[in-house]
Design a protein around this ligand. Sequence first.
Ligand SMILES: Cc1ncc(COP(=O)(O)O)c(C=O)c1O
Length: 446
Amino acid sequence: MSLDTFIEEYHRVFSRSSRTEYVPTVIKEAYNSVVIDVYGRRYIDFSSSASVVNTGYNNPKILDVVEKQLRKLIHYTHIYGFNEPALKLARKLISITGVVNGKVILGLSGSDANEGALFLSKAYNRRTYLLSYVNSFHGCTLMAAKASGIDLSRRVVRLLGEEGKTIFLPYPDCYRCPFGYTRGGCRLRCIEIVEEKIDELNGDVYGLIIEPIQGDGGIIPAPEEYISELQRILNKWSIPLIVDEVQTGVGRTGRWLAIQHYGVNPDIVTLGKALGGGLPISAIIGRSNIMESLPDFSYSFTLSGNPVASAVALAVIEYIEENNLVERARILGEHVVNELKGLMKEHELIGDVRGKGLMIGVDLVKNRETRERAVAEAKKVVWRSFELGLIVFSVSGNILRIQPPLTIEEEILDEGVRILEKAIDDVEKGRVRDDVVKMVKGWGDY
Ligand SMILES: Cc1ncc(COP(=O)(O)O)c(C=O)c1O
């Protein structure tokens, strides 16, 4: 079957609401940081399949655990009964997240973890409003979508007639400050706004949900002072701090959780994506008084706590511990940021390089002064990188999302950066066709 026929059939059988496309990759197999397509072409993968394979594709140690657990027990209900891998995993999750008096709910996706965190928080204090952020993304189930500030989710929620009760705060973005300040030269107006909003609502807020590094909104790390101030304000009103670590968690940013960079103890943490190393599993870890606020058996999924997914999640965490991958993410991340910042001398297209650990954003701009988003150029870089053997995705229209596996070999990481530079150079020199812009769809129009 030709690639065109294959893709055509794909479009015919799958609902358009369930996928988008960047480049036509039909992947057949993958090893650590390299994927191979059905034609035998090799690509370095800077996406980790959307921040999922932190421990690398087909990691032999993790495959071993999958195989052993599959042969022993594929499933025995965790919601009516008990299984050992689920218990071991919950114990470990409480320890790595450091949530005080923590309890756990296991689920299947980042969306259902956030959905549950919002249910619990609302059931806990029965207040009315949720605080979230412009351009945030928390998932596609109803509460998670209503909490998401990204344009796509806002359009869906409006279409369903489900708007209301979420207040979207400006995210503390120091590169494109919503208040027009420059980095370091502000009075944290973004935090004053939070206090004003809560005052205005007279504290009738059931929770605040935040990504410590906004992911799909553009790889934007919140500044250090912001999060500690935020916790002070929320504590004053007893508003739970819900930290969405679905993209940032499991070692990606050079800490187990991105929130740990800020020395803040959240009330609820959600994990997904990388937790299962590619198998569907998510977790909510929260303070027991919040976690016990719903009736018995009222937030459970038949397949949650599945022994294979739980055993694999535990193996992912243990692999990261045994191989010091959290520290490795920090060190490799610093190296990549330095390399990419070095490229700024030659390449005007790069407006900013930012991130923590191996969660890095490269902000492409038409003009460094105005910081106008170079959306078409970013799509061309994604396409050209693919032609040259590198998979890299973009978010927020113009930001390249660099998130390789934490296990990526150093020479392959450097090879990927060199390909990216060549792609940027080719785009700057007008060597990439204009029509590829239509093919790279990503998160829609910006
Ligand atoms: C921060 C964040 N939260 C939640 C989600 C939703 O996770 P899932 O797609 O597993 O439902 C995502 C997915 O991109 C995410 O990045």
